[in-house]
Design a protein around this ligand. Structure first.
Ligand code: G16
Length: 556
């Protein structure tokens, strides 16, 4: 690193002193916290993004300013690698180090060492870095984005491009498309969604069409960016009647009493939904539209919410994909394609039983899509979903190439109208529709909707795939959540010493009891999950485990 480069970092970092007494940590999905404390962090992640781009031959990297499901006064940063996936976990320790560097000199020294280790060069022989920056609708987003731009710009020769207000998955999709040499604007994203959705609609069997009922879908936009983007997309979609509520334009507050996290955790209706909506199919997005859950109010109740969470979306997707694979009649090898699903400890036990009953490989990963994504990528078709509604379907490159040649083959043989050709075409359309970079509520909604139309199913029928075991989640505020350390699958607590034995004694008291605790990586809380054979038991188990957390860690 030469003197001019050093001077550039020293000068710009003077603008963003780090807040005193705050320890920043990369977390489940990047840095997150009170927006007022984050300018220096975003600036420094801007530098990191530029270095990441240089490391990967000046490929475009994405930087998203969002705190997703958190309250509106929080903000955060997610980084998209050039592949469109989350930032490589190998770079997280460097992110932690620079975010906490106490002076501009220490920052420069850490960057210099890291560049040497990673053999990153800045200079005339290299093309500069390119970073695309997006933000959600939070009021703090604009100034934080400027801090990110200055961070990127402090690495000489780098270009920072402000893409504007986007959903997180849109930015990941655009970054991936750009680096693959494909059309990568927001319009291209919308066009890709509407074209592949149309293709799947056209492939609905005529028997399915007879049963087809295109009833209205109600969408809760969490008062965030997702509802606004569905409004933009709606015009180019046929066969879908959508009413969007909680767009944030009517004075509602982001994620306050609305959104996928609220509906899934509290199991209550979001603001703006009520008795008038009994029996309607409803979907809820989170603040940056990377999560999706469905729900409805059963006709025998005006208050109860029937939740169809990420597990149920995963099950619907798995069923549909399996049906298509089964139609690949004359190719035994590909009929055996490895279809696998990835869940976390939060997955409802009944969903795991159902997926295994379907004959699928079910594997478990730690919370955080970065962990699930890695495991899903090991299959020909890997479906991953967290119960909170974050997930997608990954198709391997080799499987996609096989699909392309199979489709050509069948067409050449005059079998263009065969069931097998249709199944191949459906799989190709799903791979285009569903975001291959990260979980995406917009593409998720479209895939759920077209599968329901394909099967001729109502939301109640979909809900009958299996019956969830009653469960409860609680957040416990403690003085130091990092005092909880868990095993790699997060099902057992290793620290504080003795807490797991105490939790086990509680679990034993309940039929089908299961419970675990883990520190959140996005909020300053310890999360408690419990399930049991009745709702009363699940609530009681969750409450007693929460009490244990308080007695071992203290309340804050
Ligand atoms: C992020 C991650 C998810 C994770 C969630 C909650 O979601 O992307 O994978 O499930 O945080 O994490 P934790 O329990 O550690 O707080 P989002 O939608 O908030 O970005």
């Amino acid at each position: 690193m030469d003197e001019i480069q050093i001077a550039s970092i020293l000068k710009s970092s003077e603008l963003f002193p780090i807040p005193q007494g705050v320890k920043l940590s990369y977390g489940t999905a990047g840095f997150r916290g009170d927006a007022k404390l984050l300018e220096s962090t975003v600036y420094r992640v801007g530098i990191l993004s530029a270095l990441r781009s240089l490391k990967l031959g000046s490929a475009t990297v994405g930087l998203m300013i969002t705190a997703s499901h958190n309250k509106v006064s929080d903000n955060g940063i997610k980084v998209s690698d050039p592949s469109g996936f989350m930032l490589s976990q190998e770079w997280e320790p460097f992110a932690d180090q620079i975010a906490n560097a106490s002076s501009p000199e220490e920052l420069v020294s850490l960057i210099r060492k890291f560049m040497e280790k990673e053999e990153i060069a800045i200079g005339e022989n290299n093309k500069g870095a390119e970073v695309w920056l997006g933000r959600d609708t939070r009021p703090s987003g604009e100034s934080l984005l400027r801090a990110g731009e200055i961070g990127v710009g402090s690495i000489l020769g780098s270009v920072a491009i402000d893409i504007g207000i986007l959903t997180t998955p849109q930015l990941h999709w655009m970054v991936r498309a750009k680096n693959k040499g494909l059309k990568a604007t927001e319009n291209d994203y919308f066009e890709n969604l509407s074209t592949s959705f149309r293709c799947l609609i056209d492939l609905i069997p005529s028997s399915g069409n007879d049963k087809l009922e295109i009833s209205k879908l109600l969408v809760d936009g969490a008062n965030g960016v997702g509802g606004q983007k569905i409004e933009e997309l709606r015009g180019s979609l046929s066969n879908l009647d959508v009413e969007i509520r909680n767009t944030g334009r009517d004075g509602g507050v982001l994620n306050e009493g609305v959104g996928a996290d609220f509906v899934q955790k509290e199991k209550v209706l979001p603001v703006g939904f009520g008795f008038k909506d009994v029996g309607m199919r409803c979907a809820s997005l989170d603040g940056d539209a990377d999560r999706l859950v469905y729900f409805y109010i059963p006709s025998d109740s005006s208050e109860k919410v029937e939740l169809l969470d990420g597990d149920k979306i995963l099950s619907l997707f798995a069923l549909f994909i399996k049906e298509q694979l089964n139609a690949l009649e004359d190719d035994e090898e590909r009929k055996q394609s490895r279809l696998g699903v990835v869940q976390t400890a939060y997955a409802n036990g009944a969903s795991t039983d159902y997926l295994k009953h379907l004959g699928l490989d079910v594997v478990f990963a730690k919370t955080g899509v970065k962990h699930l994504h890695e495991k899903a990528a090991e299959f020909d078709i890997g479906i991953y979903f967290e119960a909170n509604g974050h997930g997608t379907i990954l198709f391997s490159e080799s499987f996609l190439s096989w699909l392309v040649s199979k489709q050509k083959d069948l067409t050449a043989k005059g079998q263009g109208g065969s069931e097998e050709h249709k199944a191949v075409s459906r799989l190709m359309a799903v791979s285009n529709l569903i975001n291959q970079a990260v979980g995406d509520a917009l593409s998720g909604v479209l895939l759920v909707e077209v599968i329901l139309q394909h099967l001729g199913w109502s939301i109640e029928k979909w809900n009958e795939l299996y019956k969830d075991l009653p469960s409860r989640q609680i957040k416990v505020e403690v003085p130091d959540r990092t005092a909880v350390v868990t095993t790699s699958e997060e099902t057992e607590a290793l620290r504080p010493m003795g807490i797991q034995d105490a939790i086990n004694s509680e679990i034993k008291k309940y039929s089908r009891g299961r419970a675990f605790i883990r520190p959140s990586g996005t909020e300053d809380v310890v999360r408690v999950y419990a399930e049991a054979s009745t709702q009363e038991d699940a609530d009681s188990l969750a409450n007693s485990v929460a009490q244990l957390v308080k007695s071992f860690l203290g309340s804050s």
